[in-house]
Design a protein around this ligand. Structure first.
Ligand SMILES: Cc1ncc(COP(=O)(O)O)c(C=O)c1O
Length: 396
């Protein structure tokens, strides 16, 4: 599979994204192949038996493993500084697979109260049916995390930066709390990706991704991944995947594999554009408050500097005129896409309270500080002057 072996672990993020876990058959293709096959042919009945008994390496069926999917898994694992990765059909499938694998009736999950809406829905509406307990804390309040831990807490779960307010969670401090409680820490690394932030190196046990976002980078397909150690992820999550089947398609894996090749470059460019936009928004009269960790007065600016190599591409801001002003601004854009997705080369604009965070409910939104005047821009890779020019009329 890869001729680089362990040396790829020492490369920079750009080289890892391009060169690690290279997939090449004896046809010597330069770009990795898409293995569009559901099953594989065995040399003999004995060979089939040995494969099924896991006595020899090889491929059996693409719900278990597929060379293109495996290349994506190996490359993402290397970039996150992990030993194992299991790719899934979506980011939500990654969360579902991880929780199903780790938890049992009576276990407790302590989570950040600022999570993607479907994540909260998965926890509260589905896992509670099986007797799993959930409670939520302010992601930046370490005392709340410490006191929120229970005897049966098995997992701490957070996104950082949070969506849409870009609060920064102290990963190393949370890892310490989890360790002392005998629990695991899982970080959703979707907003910064391993190009800018490696939670496992800061002490987290597990990382999950919606590959749909920056790993793809061009808004083409849906996918996800769970990253971690060989036992929990490589053996246990893989066993769940193999049995339950929320696996990634080879075609989508190929897109993500190609996406990883430009990830480091893109994340730097997203961050640079977002920084310029955030600094411009601060100066606009119609804007009440800007949420971007790259601004020096962001409450966790120093922490962001310490634990990541960039601030990412998400900029949110409150307008003075409430929901009406937010809708007016969104409707006045011509270049930006009005869509809830993020991580695309194309900038997107959305009203979180009525879209991505609608399912949280008004009370939970109010507690999390997601107001009706909030607008989120996922800054793309267009010229930043054009992004600013598109927002200007609506703000005026
Ligand atoms: C932070 C975060 N995590 C997870 C997900 C779920 O990912 P997917 O849409 O790929 O299922 C999303 C989707 O928007 C997200 O924003």
């Amino acid at each position: 599979m890869s001729r680089h072996g362990n040396s790829s672990k020492r490369w920079g993020a750009a080289t890892q994204g391009i060169r690690s876990a290279e997939l090449r058959t004896n046809l010597r293709e330069h770009s990795p192949a898409i293995f569009a096959t559901s099953s594989y042919v065995y040399d003999s009945a004995e060979h089939a038996a040995a494969l099924f008994a896991e006595q020899v390496p090889g491929y059996i069926y693409s719900r278990f493993t597929n060379p293109t999917v495996q290349a994506f898994e190996r490359r993402l694992a290397i970039m996150e500084g992990a030993d194992a990765c299991v790719a899934t059909a979506s980011g939500m499938a990654a969360e579902l697979s991880l929780l199903f694998t780790l938890l049992k009736r009576g276990d407790h999950v302590l989570a950040s109260r600022t999570l993607f809406g479907s994540t909260i829905s998965l926890f509260n509406n589905y896992f509670t049916k099986f007797g799993v307990q959930f409670s939520y804390v302010d992601p930046c309040d370490l005392k709340a995390w410490r006191t929120g831990v229970r005897k049966n807490t098995r997992l701490l779960f957070a996104e950082t930066p949070t969506n849409p307010l870009c609060e920064i969670v102290d990963i190393a401090a949370l890892a310490d709390i989890a360790r002392k409680a005998g629990a695991l820490l899982c970080i959703d690394n979707c907003f910064l990706t391993p190009a800018l932030q490696q939670p496992l190196r800061l002490g987290a046990d597990l990382v999950i991704h919606s590959a749909t976002k920056y790993l793809d980078g061009q808004g083409r397909c849906v996918g996800g991944a769970i990253v971690g150690d060989k036992t929990r992820v490589g053996r246990d999550v893989f066993a769940f995947m193999r049995t339950a089947g929320p696996c990634l398609s080879p075609f989508n894996a190929w897109i993500f594999l190609k996406g990883l090749e430009t990830l480091a470059l893109r994340m730097t460019a997203h961050s640079d554009n977002a920084q310029i936009l955030a600094e411009w928004l601060v100066r606009q009269k119609a804007v009440k408050r800007v949420y971007f960790p790259g601004l020096p007065d962001h409450p966790q600016h120093d922490l962001a500097l310490k634990q990541s190599k960039g601030f990412g591409g998400i900029v949110s801001f409150d307008l003075k005129g409430g929901k009406k002003a937010a809708f007016r601004l969104i409707n006045a854009t011509r270049l930006l896409s009005i869509t809830a997705n993020l991580g695309d080369t194309r900038s997107t604009i959305t009203h979180p309270a009525s879209t991505t965070h609608h399912r949280m409910g008004a009370a939970a939104r109010a507690r999390a500080g997601i107001g009706d005047s909030l607008v989120r821009v996922a800054v793309g890779l267009e010229n930043v002057d054009d992004i600013i020019a598109d927002l200007e009329p609506g703000l005026r």
